[in-house]
Design a protein around this ligand. Sequence first.
Ligand code: FMN
Length: 455
Amino acid sequence: MSSSQRQFSLGAFLMQTGHHIAGWRHPDAQADAGSNFRHYVALARKAEAAKFDAVFLADAVGVRSTHLPSLARTARSDHFEPLTLLAALAAVTERIGLIATVSTSFNEPFNVARKFASLDQISGGRSGWNLVTSSGGAEALNFNRESHFAHALRYERAAEFHDVVTGLWDSWEEDSFVRDKQSGIYLDTEKLHVLGHKGTHFQVHGPLNVNRSPQGRPVVVQAGASDAGKELAARTAEVIFVAHQTFEEAKAFAADIGGRLARHGRRRDEVKIMPGIFPVVGRTQSEAEEKFEQLQSLVDPVVGLALLSTVLGDIDLSGHPVDGPVPELPETNGPKSRQQLLVDLARREGLTIRQLYLRIAGARGHQQVVGTPQQIADQLQQWFEEGAADGFNIMAPWFPGGLDDFIELVLPELRRRGLFRNEYSGHTLREHLGLRKPGHPKSASTIKDEDRLAA
Ligand SMILES: Cc1cc2nc3c(=O)[nH]c(=O)nc-3n(C[C@H](O)[C@H](O)[C@H](O)COP(=O)(O)O)c2cc1C
C-alpha cells in the first residue's frame, strides 16, 4: 500500500438494538439497548479500537408513530438524547469522533451552538452536528404545534439557523482568553466578535459563552437529499449522509453535489459524501443469507407496514392490499427524497407493499449488502474508487453482533487492500475526516491564509 493511497472514512451509525427493525429480537441482541448506557460505552470503545472516524447518533424528538400495535412490537421508543449520551461517551473514549443529530425545527440556535461547542471542548475537538429539519410529522406535536413546518419553510429556517450557530462559534478567535493573573486581563476583547443577528426567523445577539473549538468549529453534517436539502448541504455541509439503492444513484448524487459546490465557490474535497451501508456478513454467501433470513423471519407484518408508512413520510397504507402494488402516493411534507427513493425502487422492481417493507426492514432504503467480506469490500471499493462516495456510514443489523462481524471480517479485508486506516493519525474529528481546520474568518492570519488559498 503506497502512503499516498487514498483511504475512505467510516462512521459507526449506532441505533439502539440495531438497524434491522426486528434486530432487537435477535437472540444475541442487547434488547434493552435504548436505556442501557453500558451498551453504548462498549460500542463506542469497539468502534474506536477499530479506528472508525466517528460514532453517529440519529434522533427524533418524540416517538415517531402512535400506532399502538406496531409501537408495542418495535424497539424504537426509548433512546438517549444524543448530546447527553455523547458527552458521557466523550469521557470514556479518546479519539473517536462524536456526531449527534439535532433538529433546527425544534431547538434554539444559541442553545445548539453552546451544546456542540461544549461537547467539542469536553472531547478535545471530536464533535459533529448532523443538522436535520426533522422528517417526522409527529415530532411537531411536542413543540406547541398541530403540524410540522412546511418542507420549504423548514429548510429556509434551517439555513438561517446554521448561519447563526456558525456565527456564534466564531464569537472568539484563537487565544482570546489570555487569563493573565498579573495584569488582571482575562480575555482579549480585540478577538471577540459579537454576532448581532437579526434575521427572518431568528434574532440572536451573542457572543457565545463557550471558548473557540479546538478544531476551529465542530464538523457540520447534513442528510437532506431533496433539492432544498442538497442546496443547503452544498452551501454549508462538510459531511453529507445519504441513502442510495444503486451505484448509479450514488454516482449521480455525487456529481450533482459537485456541481452545486462549485456554484457556492467550494471545492469537492471540502465535503465528504458518506452513504449508509447495511452489511450482513458471513464467511460464506449462504452463511450471510442465513443470518439475513433469520432477521427477516422476525419481521411482524404490523411492524413492517408501520415502518414503511413512516419512511414514506407518514403515509397510511392500511387501505391498500398488502400483496398488491405500491399505490400512487401523495407527495409527503416529510422526507421527500426518501419517499422518492422507495417509490423508484418499488416501480423498478415491481414490488408489492409487503415486498417493499421487507426490502427496507433492515436499511430503510440505504444500500444493503448480504455477502462475504470480499463481496462487501468489493462494493465499498467500487463506490469509493469510482467517485460515488468518500466514506460510509456502517449500519449494523443488530448490536453488538452485527458490528462485531463487520469489524472482525470486513475491516481486515479493507486494510489488506489499503482502503482503511490501521491507526489514527490525528486527534480531532476533522483530522480523521481529512477536513481543513477553519481559521477565524475575521482574524488577520485567516484572511492572509484565505488570500493565499484563493491565489
Ligand atoms: C444517514 C441519515 C441519517 C438521518 N438521520 C436523521 C435523524 O436523525 N433525524 C431526522 O429527523 N432525519 C434524519 N435523516 C433524514 C434527513 O434529515 C432528511 O429528512 C431526509 O434525508 C429527507 O430529506 P429531504 O426532505 O431533503 O428529501 C437522516 C437521513 C440520513 C440519510
